[in-house]
Write a protein that binds this ligand. Structure first.
Ligand code: PCA
Length: 200
């Protein structure tokens, strides 16, 4: 049975919940698919997040799926690239490669999610905050540990309950829908673990 590490974030800034964690809670409530899911919830703080991520990656998983919320997004965003950049412009890893590319078949995966009726697309910029850092560091740590485990980042829209507290217009997606999309993603990864595509 494939083992999959799924990570999400704690609430941060003005958010009382984090859609990424709510999605994993929802998914694991009903998931009975062919993979063993191991979930982790990280703080939105670079040093402790990177220490916990590094420790978690030492277990050899078949796949690593990192999730975070993306206020303002109406799609699930499958991130194709991570940058060696912190919010302040300095490097995450001094002297590390400028970027890492995700080699998974993101085009096929997003098409599969969309064909189930859930908005999804590839994104070529994960920002410069903790989500980008989690993706970059996962790819860096896995390489430095000589592990071939692919890691992938999924940005998840806000939930309707979060948007209900805002004064401005904002797209949202229920965690039930996002959780269903995550199950499709897991199914595609398990079906085609070694596939790659030229999405970027
Ligand atoms: N989203 C933020 C950090 C934590 C989260 O859930 C980001 O996009 O970087």
């Amino acid at each position: 049975m494939p083992r999959i590490l799924l990570t999400a974030f704690e609430p941060y800034d003005r958010w009382k919940e984090n859609a990424s964690w709510s999605t994993l809670v929802e998914l694991t409530r009903w998931y009975e698919g062919p993979a063993e899911l191991v979930t982790r919830r990280y703080p939105v703080e670079l040093t402790s997040m990177s220490q916990r991520l590094r420790a978690d990656l030492q277990t050899a998983y078949d796949h690593v799926i990192l999730c975070g919320q993306a206020p303002g997004s109406s799609f699930l965003r499958l991130e194709s690239v991570s940058l060696n950049v912190r919010t302040d412009g300095t490097e995450l890893i001094a002297g590390g490669p400028a970027a890492y590319k995700c080699n998974l078949p993101l085009t096929a995966i997003s098409a599969q999610i969309r064909s189930a009726g859930v908005p999804a697309r590839i994104s070529h910029h994960a920002g410069t905050y903790l989500c980008n850092a989690a993706l970059y560091l996962s790819q860096h740590y896995l390489r430095s540990m000589d592990l071939a485990t692919p890691s992938l980042f999924v940005h998840i829209p806000l939930m309707p309950s979060q948007v209900a507290l805002l004064d401005e217009d904002s797209p949202s997606m229920s965690s039930a829908l996002a959780g269903a999309a995550m199950a499709i993603l897991i199914e595609s990864l398990c079906a085609a673990p070694a596939m790659t595509d030229p999405h970027s």
